[in-house]
Design a binder for this molecule. Structure first.
Ligand code: DX5
Ligand code: ZN
Length: 218
């Protein structure tokens, strides 16, 4: 089974609540929330108040992707706002193990994000401690970019390690996912697929979501 996580970065922020409910109705399994600080990535988006506003609106897990420096400072706020998953970038966390423990201490599922060039060796010693690995298939910072195919072998590599070590870790892919690019990702072992522009910029969001999912399952 695969899960689709629409990224609200591509939604119409003037009617964010409706846009979340629309994808929930269409069969989305998680809501992906992109948090950017203008330092780790060259863009600024949303903070804990957006998570807090969406929490009572939807039953879906809120998947909070932190593209920020000093993540430790903000984890409590995102946890209290209602995050179900908090993922942090390995490139931005010098004390990764501590950050993972901190996320877990609030009852939230921790995940690690790898930029397209970051090898999976950077996280091999924390695999027992996390619930998710998120592979970036674009350079983080913006929606609507082109899928980077060279990430796929990394996904395969991790999927193999998860099997060998009998771990229970979701593999999420984020960036440039559409009806075509979802296929090699699922083949490589991805279990959660983020899609922003391919869903929210489509004339019919529900149809777009269902077509992406069907392509992933085919
Ligand atoms: C990029 C974000 C992604 C982005 C995906 O930094 O992490 O979640 O919203 O958007 P699309 O699907 O348009 O590439
Ligand atoms: Zn994201």
């Amino acid at each position: 089974m695969i899960k689709i996580a629409p990224s609200i970065l591509a939604a119409n922020f003037a009617k964010l609540g409706e846009e979340v409910l629309e994808v929930e109705k269409a069969g989305a399994e998680l809501i992906h929330i992109d948090v950017m600080d203008g330092h780790f990535v060259p863009n600024i988006t949303m903070g804990p108040i957006v998570v807090e506003a969406l929490r009572p609106l939807t039953n879906l897990p809120l998947d909070v992707h932190l593209m920020i420096e000093n993540a430790d400072q903000y984890i409590e706020a995102f946890a209290k706002a209602g995050a179900d998953y908090i993922t942090v970038h390995v490139e931005a966390c010098p004390h990764l193990h501590r950050t993972i423990q901190l996320i877990r201490s609030f009852g939230v599922k921790p995940g690690i994000v790898l930029n397209p060039h970051t090898p999976i060796e950077t996280i091999q010693h924390v695999l027992e401690d996390i619930d998710m690995v998120l592979f970036m298939t674009v350079n983080p910072g913006f929606g609507g970019q082109k899928f980077i195919h060279s990430v796929v072998p990394k996904v395969k590599q991790l999927s193999q390690i998860i099997k060998e070590r009998n771990l229970s870790i979701e593999i999420e892919i984020d960036g440039g996912i559409n009806e075509e690019t979802i296929v090699p990702c699922v083949e490589a072992g991805a279990t959660i697929l983020v899609a922003g522009s391919a869903i929210y910029n489509a004339p019919d969001k529900a149809k777009a979501l269902q077509r992406i999912k069907a392509a992933g399952l085919s």
